[in-house]
Design a binder for this molecule. Structure first.
Ligand code: AMP
Length: 143
């Protein structure tokens, strides 16, 4: 088992610093939420703490309260925005688990009866579709 240090140039750190664009749907003092650009279903969002950690394993426990408060908020909002039957919440730690971006994040994905999650193909979603879905989630968060 090897310990790898947090890389300040990971893609989510760049998004948090505003160096690369994202479709943001929510932000508070501790957390940012934006659309996943390669969604495994419509409305796939990522809830990302501002505090730097590679994943759950090296995170300060004080990160989790604010993070999961927002995960619940966003789960309720995507359920409403997409009239979903359920919501999948996923979180990966290190490559063996499927983690590909090394800044702690939680996936929130609306789910529909009998419709499986799309595999992670690496295909980018049309930015207009992401923008429309982001609008729906913002509206649901605001109501
Ligand atoms: P994980 O496998 O948990 O590390 O997931 C990382 C997620 O980040 C994947 O679902 C990717 O589709 C997503 N992703 C990668 N680059 C970006 C980006 N620039 N903006 C939004 N989502 C991204």
């Amino acid at each position: 088992m090897t310990e790898t240090a947090y890389d300040t140039d990971n893609i989510f750190a760049k998004i948090l610093r505003g160096e690369i664009p994202s479709q943001r749907v929510y932000e508070d003092e501790a957390v940012v939420v934006f659309m996943d650009v390669m969604p495994q279903g419509p409305g796939h969002t990522l809830v990302v703490p501002k505090a730097s950690s590679r994943n759950l394993l090296d995170a300060d426990p004080s990160t989790f309260g604010p993070l999961f408060t927002v995960v619940q908020k966003v789960a309720r909002a995507v359920r409403k925005a997409f009239d979903a039957d359920g919501v999948t919440v996923m979180q990966f730690n290190e490559p063996a688990s499927g983690q590909t971006v090394y800044h702690l994040h939680v996936h929130v994905i609306p789910r529909f009866d009998s419709i499986p999650l799309k595999p992670h193909t690496g295909a980018m979603e049309n930015p207009e579709v992401l923008a429309r879905n982001a609008d729906k989630i913002r509206a649901a968060l605001g109501s």
